[in-house]
Each structure stands twice: as C-alpha cells, then as structure tokens.
Design a protein. Structure first.
Length: 312
C-alpha cells in the first residue's frame, strides 16, 4: 500500500535559490549548518516570503526579507555544536552563549559585502516590540519591519518543529500561543515604564494575521493532498471488492471452467504483493486507511473554522 505524499509546508513556497542568483555563491555557507538549523532557516525564509505576499509587500522588499530570513540563524555556525544540538533545556550559561548567535551572525554578514544588506535578519530577529528581546532590547520602530516579520515566522516554525507537527490538525494551538505574544499583557505593573512596555506586546500583529492566511492556505493544500489519496484508496477498495465478488462466484460455480474463469479474473485484479491468501487483509487495511483519512479531512476543515475565529 502506497502512502500519500505531503510536505508540511506547501511546495508553492518561494525557493531561496530562485530569488537572487547574484548572491547564490555567498549563501553556500548555509550548507555548513546542521540539518535541523538549515531546514528551519529554509522554512522561515519560505514563510516570510508568503507572509510578505499576503501583506502585498513589493517584490524588492519581499526578496530582501526572504534572504534576511534565510540568514537569520547563520550565527549558529559559531556556537558550539553541543549547545546548538543539545536535546534538553539549556543551562543559563548555555543560553547566554546561544543568544550571541544574533551578534555573531550580524558580524559575519557585515564582513561580506554581498550579505551585508541582509544583516538585519541575524541581528534583530530576537528583538521584541516591548523591549524584552535581545541582543539590545530594542523597541517598536527601532526594530526593522523586516525583522518583525521574520520573528513571527521564526517563532511559528520553532513551535511547529518542537511539537513535531506532520499535519495541520490542532495547529490553531500554535497560533494561539503566538497571539499571546502579540497581545498586550493585562497584568498590573507598578512602574509606568513597565506598564508601557507591556502594552506594546512582543510581536507585530499585522504579519501574524498574514501568517494565519498562510496557514489556512497550507491546511487547504493538505486537504487536497489527502483527498487525492482518498480517491486512490477508493479505487483500490473498488478493485479488491470486485476480486471478492469474483471469489464468491468462483466458490458457487459448478463447472471447473467457470471457476477457472473467475480465478483468472481475480489474478488480473491483483497488484504486486497481493494474492488469494492476503487480498482480504489488504482490503481491510485500505478500508481502515479510508476511515482515518476522512476523519483527518473533517478535523482539518474544523481547524480552518477555529483559525478563522481567532482574534488578535
């Protein structure tokens, strides 16, 4: 039984290597990252490009944001691999070292004239609108708009990866977490300055709203992939049920020639790996797979309804 092919991020995503051939050689450095970080960088860049498209940003700004997003974690090349790849929680000391990937990435880009324009990605993507980010604790307009977009994509993909999502079922839980970062806190704080910081929120709600649309598009894409597979499953069920009917007729047939006729018909219906002994088991597996996929489609449609009701 074949399985449906589905990538969590739609293949309609922008591709890094298609965006700016002139700096392609300079981007080879990204191949030196560990596979986890490299894949994350590609995902962030693709999400950034699609967020920009949803916000109707011009093409030049979109390309800039995509490349800056692709390079946002390049500084991790200079962080000890035992820290970057540590499976558990980082110690306070390790976390302080990890945080330096922002400035290290900025410095790397600044030393390369071709990458210098995109240094905003590495340097600013962990800054927060309310001043609680790093490395410099910048606020509001001091953070480039490109980096505000990159932060949304970065946080989303980080949560998706951490939870090992392979489907958009329950993806609204991730979006709800991002909403918390976009909404101002209602906590009462004594100092006026802290009150002001809290009212700002951490991430920009506009690219977050655009991300919602991207997620809905990808959920619809997943539905289409599953529907294609459902159609395939239904064809296999129909084929094997025909074989089952042939077997029933073969059993009740009185003439040997008639039995041979239905037996030959069954053999023509079998695909590689199927035979008289196992085809009913294969049929049961297809029927079970159909139930699972139809349930998944229903849940995905429900997920879209939930996302559309989310408010920032």
């Amino acid at each position: 039984m074949i399985e449906e092919k589905y990538d969590f991020y739609s293949p309609t995503n922008l591709k890094i290597h298609d965006l700016n051939v002139s700096i392609k050689d300079h981007l080879i450095v990204m191949d030196s990252l560990d596979m986890f970080t490299k894949r994350h960088s590609e995902n962030v860049a693709n999400l950034v490009g699609r967020i920009c498209q949803e916000m109707r940003c011009n093409n030049q700004f979109t390309i800039h944001c995509v490349l800056a997003g692709y390079l946002h974690d390049v500084g991790k090349l200079f962080i000890p691999k035992e820290i970057v790849n540590k499976p558990g929680k980082l110690t306070d000391q390790e976390y302080e070292i990890m945080k330096t990937h922002t400035t290290l990435g900025y410095q790397y880009c600044m030393e390369d004239l071709a990458l210098r324009p995109y240094s905003d990605g590495p340097w600013y993507h962990h800054e927060a609108l309310n001043g609680t980010g790093y490395p410099r604790g910048l606020r509001k307009s001091a953070i480039p708009y490109s980096a505000q977009i990159i932060r949304v994509a970065d946080e989303y993909d980080a949560i998706v990866t951490k939870r090992q999502y392979t489907t958009h079922v329950n993806i609204s839980q991730t979006l709800k977490e991002l909403i918390k970062d976009a909404r101002p806190s209602e906590d009462v704080i004594a100092l006026d300055q802290l009150k002001q910081n809290e009212r700002l929120g951490k991430i920009n709600p506009k690219p977050l709203k655009a991300l919602f649309k991207v997620v809905i598009d990808d959920t619809l894409y997943e539905i289409s992939c599953v529907l294609n597979y459902v159609n395939y499953i239904k064809e296999q069920i129909k084929r094997l049920k025909n074989a089952q009917r042939y077997e029933e007729k073969m059993i009740t047939a009185k003439k040997g020639s008639t039995k041979d006729y239905y037996k030959a018909g069954m053999q023509l219906l079998f695909q590689p790996g199927e035979n008289f002994d196992n085809y009913k088991q294969v049929l049961a597996e297809y029927e079970n797979a159909l139930v699972i996929r139809e349930d998944r489609i229903a849940k995905l449609y429900d997920e879209i309804k939930v996302i559309k009701r989310l408010k920032i």
